[in-house]
Design a protein. Structure first.
Length: 160
């Protein structure tokens, strides 16, 4: 169970994971040692999965963003080997792969150098024996993109 102090720590760390324990402690009203223990506990619980640098993909030569919706012949079962899912795990231009409910089976977020690289990646995806259909949407502009997660508030019983 996380409390309001943990929520504040998580918010601060998502904003800047390089803050020192002393800076975090000052912001949440705790000692640096208690902040250190709380952060370690959040890591052990798997709430904090890791720390990353947020990079500018365009400046790194990957300006093209696309979402690829896929329908597959048979949905893979847990633990079952699947060429499409293996491709998603191994292909660095596939940023995200989501199993979804609805008309499609999977939605992929792709970042590529340009149309030719996207075309090669789509050929590999479509060449997968599992893929029945794909629909690609190329992003023209992005107004919000974030990896931040806002922790749910503590559950309190409704007294009414």
């Amino acid at each position: 169970m996380i409390d309001d102090k943990d929520r504040k720590l998580l918010d601060l760390l998502q904003e800047n994971a390089r803050l020192s324990n002393a800076e975090l402690a000052e912001a949440v009203g705790l000692t640096a040692s208690s902040v250190h223990e709380r952060v370690k506990k959040l890591e052990r619980q798997g709430i904090i999965k890791g720390y990353v640098a947020v990079l500018d993909a365009e400046k790194l030569g990957k300006p093209l963003v696309a979402f690829v919706r896929l329908t597959v012949q048979t949905h893979p079962q847990d633990g079952q080997k699947n060429g499409l899912l293996e491709l998603c795990k191994s292909e660095p231009d596939i940023m995200e792969c989501h199993n979804v409910a609805g008309e499609d089976c999977f939605v992929l977020k792709v970042r590529a150098e340009g149309p030719k690289k996207l075309e090669r990646l789509l050929s590999a995806i479509r060449g997968s024996t599992e893929t029945n259909r794909s629909v690609t949407n190329i992003v023209l502009s992005t107004y919000k993109e974030s990896a931040r997660v806002s922790p749910a508030p503590a559950h309190t019983e409704d007294l009414t």
